[in-house]
Design a protein around this ligand. Structure first.
Ligand code: HEC
Length: 147
């Protein structure tokens, strides 16, 4: 039993050497979704606090992002999130893609899929009430014709 515990601790110590890259790629502030679409302040801050950690180049890494294997999970969410939707490179998307992304946002906000549940448990500021979801979806609907 003692041996097993020592091995587990040993593995835990060794994996700590495999750190994640936490440098955010540089991004042009003028390419930013919020800068471009210019939403009301409360909408902008909802998007920032609920989505930007995973869907932009403005990720804020919490202290536990220093602890493997949690760090690996977190980094894979960030990579995966940015691949699906990156608010920091908004003008790179063609018009049809922008519309598709906005529609997807509406879907995942309505369904409660986003922001991810595990994330909200650790980031209470990211939580969206039903009223906020409605407000956000209403605003997203309103920009669809001007993308
Ligand atoms: C903790 C990280 C995280 C946060 C916070 C987050 N997302 Fe995501 N998002 C992901 C990941 C990972 C994926 C890709 C895997 C998946 O579809 O579950 C994704 C996928 C998506 C997709 C694509 C869905 C599809 O069907 O391909 C959209 C749209 C999206 N997120 C919108 C949002 C919006 C809007 C917010 C804020 C309200 C948000 N996300 C917050 C991590 C996150």
């Amino acid at each position: 039993m003692k041996k097993v515990i020592l091995i587990v601790i040993g593995i835990f110590v060794v994996i700590q050497f495999f750190t994640i890259d936490k440098t955010n790629p540089t991004s042009d502030p003028q390419q930013d979704f919020i800068a471009i679409t210019n939403p009301p302040v409360e909408i902008g801050s909802m998007i920032k606090s609920s989505c930007y950690d995973c869907h932009s180049y403005h990720t804020k890494y919490p202290w536990y992002s220093n602890v493997a294997p949690v760090s690996w999970l977190l980094k894979s969410h960030v990579n995966d999130g940015r691949n699906h939707l990156n608010f920091s490179i908004w003008p790179d998307y063609k018009e049809a893609k922008k519309e598709h992304k906005v529609n997807e946002c509406i879907e995942v906000i309505n369904s409660g899929e986003m922001p991810m549940k595990g994330y909200v448990m650790l980031h209470s500021e990211a939580e969206l009430s039903d009223a906020q979801r409605n407000q956000l979806v209403g605003w997203l609907e309103s920009i669809k014709d001007s993308l």
